[in-house]
Design a protein around this ligand. Structure first.
Ligand code: APR
Length: 244
């Protein structure tokens, strides 16, 4: 399944970078966005995941994120998440860049994580940015900031919003430094994350894509491993451990 080139690269690799998307959490039961039963098939992102709707109808947006939180509380990391914890322990310099807000990489045990789109388990003031941990009981109304009195919102990046500057900058630096760059379970269409594999390739990295189907990145990838991440990644870890 794995080419000699990939195994040779991984045998001597120092810096390995992984970009993940919703597909890596599919085996845990978290719906993807654009897949068959994807969230965006049922809900309109421009109606829910943006600041304008939140300013007009915060109850609707909060209810939707509470629903997603409850869904995520019920699931556990899968073998693909745990395989990336092995990656972090194997490669001297490792970085996991995730578009996912489901906290499953963190729950599996990865530490070297860059969250590009925030984290659904966190909240912040929609005005002053003050962070708020934990859940809110919406029966008491939409929570307000104790500092500035403005509404509190989930600490996730909505459509039309900038990514955290520090996160995207660090992600681009790590992509440039990578020797092997994995793109796993992402449709590779949402920017600026979708540009990261090309930045890595432009700096000489070997690009590996793992996905159940082809994406716009596939033709530029050096290796396309078609299949479920929770099947392919544990097998790759076994091969890597034989080499190092
Ligand atoms: N293993 C590997 N890949 C999978 C699996 C699986 N078990 N199941 C689905 N996939 C692939 C799909 O083929 C698809 O290419 O995962 C990808 C999921 O794509 P999207 O649903 O578009 O999710 P993602 O790429 O993470 O979306 C990017 O868009 O909606 C915004 O902010 C949201 O972070 C998200 C961003």
């Amino acid at each position: 399944m794995f080419s000699d080139t990939l195994l040779a690269r991984l045998k001597k690799a120092y810096t390995v970078v992984v970009l993940t998307g919703a597909g890596i959490s599919a085996a845990s039961g978290v719906p993807t966005f654009r897949g068959e039963n994807g969230l965006w098939k049922k809900f309109r992102p421009e109606k829910l995941a943006n600041f304008y709707t939140f300013s007009q109808n915060p109850e609707l947006v909060w209810e939707w994120y509470q629903w997603r939180r409850e869904l995520i509380y019920k699931v556990k990391p899968n073998l693909a998440h745990y395989a990336l914890v092995d990656f972090e322990n194997i490669f001297p310099e490792f970085c996991l860049i995730t578009q996912n807000i489901d906290n499953l990489h963190q729950e599996a045990g990865n530490k070297k994580i860059i969250e590009l789109h925030g984290n659904i388990m966190r909240n912040k003031c929609s005005s002053c940015g003050k962070p708020y941990e934990g859940d809110f009981d919406l029966k008491n109304g939409i929570p307000k900031c104790s500092d500035c009195g403005e509404l509190i919102r989930p600490d996730v990046v909505w459509f039309g919003e900038f990514l955290p500057q520090e996160a995207i900058q660090k992600a681009q630096e790590m992509a440039m430094a990578s020797e092997v760059f994995f793109s796993i379970g992402t449709s590779a269409v949402v920017e600026p994350a979708a540009s990261l594999p090309y930045i890595a390739k432009g700096n000489g990295a070997y690009i590996v894509e793992i996905n159940i189907e082809k994406t716009p990145l596939t033709s530029s990838a050096d290796e396309f491993l078609q299949g479920a991440a929770d099947k392919i990644l544990p097998e790759l870890v076994i091969e890597i451990n034989k080499l190092r």
